[in-house]
Design a protein around this ligand. Sequence first.
Ligand code: ADP
Ligand code: ZN
Length: 753
Amino acid sequence: MIVRVATEIAADRLFDYAVPGALADRIRVGQRVRVPFGRRTVDAYVVETAEAPEAAAGRAPDAARQGELFLGPDGGVEAACGGLKPVLEIADDVPFLSPALLALARWMAEYYCAPFELTLRCTLPAAVRDSGMRAKEQLYVEPVSGAVPGLTPRQAELLDGLRRVGGGWLQALTREFACTPQTLKALAEKGGAVLAPRQVRRNPLANRKVLPTRPLPLAGEQADALAAIDALAAGEAPRPLLLFGVTGSGKTEVYLQAIAGLLARGRGAIVLVPEIALTPQTVQRFAARFGDRIAVLHSALSDGERFDEWHRIRTGEATVVVGPRSAVFAPVRDLGLIVVDEEHEPSYKQDEAPRYNARDVAVMRGHLEGCAVVLGTATPAMETWQNVRRGKYAVARLTQRVAGRPMPRVQVVDMRLETAAAGHVRIFSQALLEALRVRLERGEQSILFLNRRGYSNSLVCPSCGEAAACDACSVSFTYHQADTCLRCHICGAWKPVPSACPACGDPAFRYAGFGTQRVEQALHKCFPQARVLRMDADVTARKHSHDELLAKFKGGRADILIGTQMIAKGLDFPNVTLVGVLSADLSLHMPDFRAGERTYQLLAQVSGRAGRAELPGEVYVQTFSPEHPAVRAAAADEGFEPFAAQELREREEGPYPPFAHLVCLTFKGESEERVRFCAEACVADLRRLAPALAVSEACPAPLARAKGLFRYQVLLRAATTRAATRPLREALRQRPAPADVAVAVDVDALSIF
Ligand code: ADP
Ligand code: ZN
């Protein structure tokens, strides 16, 4: 018997090993094993088992691949099969990877046009693959029972104390009994206690106080949704279900009760949330219901915490996983349900290879494991909505907010009229100012939303029109007032504000547009007494500052919260009765066919932050395009379905997703000429290999230069991804990218910058 394994140190290919008879009964696909590799011994993961190398490979033995491993002492290549080196040991009987996860990695490699080795690595966190990483152990002291002769009075006293507390960690006990570790060790040597290493859990929730909650009695629609999910989870090959519920309709309560039902039947669940929404608030709600059975996986964990959480999942100690997109690979045992909350969120897409969308991977994993998948949102992605219309996905609706609370009243403010009246562009309309004033008077809270951090978006010279731009990227600098510098939001480069225009010397270099910092300042002028908090990437760069700010706002220690999209999602502040969107135009005018969809989502989500408790909410949307369908839909009660119908009609004409699959190729390099050449050659190859495929011209990407590299783009459109990726793979095989030009393949691209 032989196995094909993936190793950590040569991650770009797989290797064959023989399985010694002694291990043959125990070896399983997905296990971690130790194998000889060159002169070393390394960790590896079993990807396949087979009787002979050919069978495992599914193709003839690859001489080069074998040769590298099996160079004998004299440099000669040993016979392919007989010379296989043996697996040395099985590191852990419980597999690290389930057959379903391996199949998922294979599907991802095929679908996203990425090397299998890369997709395989997605399924195991780096902290777990790191063979130096171990469970943390500390010395634990346990008192013995019965009489212990020969103790000093101090030792006898300690033993009494130990028996009273029933034992504990050595470190904690020295503090508790004000003694040295030596004293306790001496007691152990005399036979009064047992000192032994025990595994300690590095618990990311260790310092949280969580009060348990009980299931709430469900409203009618919630109960129907729960019944639909239960029915799916009990079925053999369930369809994914869209839980289409307005903001504040109690989707989370439905997830919680669906999961509780599964746990009672001994099964597990994964809940994916956008990283940005993975606040203590969200985690708290799950911890409050499921206690120690939950594991949390997110980017702020230490390696140790991540290692421990992952192993708790693998061994079945934790059965509910809450985390961002990478949690879709959590090795949950007997998975019964995957929830993808805010399924429309673009952050589910990984922006480096493999460029997978965790929502779609979740649907595939559900298919492979035969488990239920629930996609929850108030604003479905067009792809998801189309799947509902075609009957591929089931749907359950929550049309009402909990406890009959009304949806917030949305007012669109035409900024063209405001500008004409004031004679210049204003940050706050009269209507919004008045609404803010009323909130301050009543002691209620407001949220102001602007999708641009910094002070103003650019410096523009009034005489020559020169705008300060980054040297390495094709975008203008953003002015940051706090540290009076110019910052590039693409590469992070910064420089001090020039005292005059670098092009013509005019000292009247001016700020155009406005960002969150400028809003904060303007607000202080209008309402000097208001307590204002600002939340954007500049403020929250520090770990935990995000949580602290939210806690401060929730605790009522501020009146107004200004923020970027960071504050648009999932937050639940009962005292917020006003939401102001300062400019709906920023996302509306992106050069992207999804601009309308994104704007609608953003407006609906931001509005959803208002009036979530007893107090009714009000929303003001400031825009220069009040008649845009996305803006009008967000202001209407029954906004989504008519908007989606029109949006889908337009997409069908393109055709654009969801009526076609889009593959975006980005070529990057230091020489523009070389980048253009490679992009154009690829276009020619693709047109030759697949005449029916829609291949765009090679042209500079909307972000034409970033971090000093030129960027060219080629867009492929096809009825299925395979119709695009198959010829693409062939084209890239025939003409591999040269060393000085990198090619990024983005299947089902969400952003085409
Ligand atoms: P969504 O996720 O749809 O935005 P949430 O799940 O956050 O909505 O629910 C909004 C609020 O309503 C939460 O404070 C939640 O505790 C409460 N809630 C949810 N379901 C019920 C229910 N059946 N009865 C009473 N309160 C509920
Ligand atoms: Zn830059």
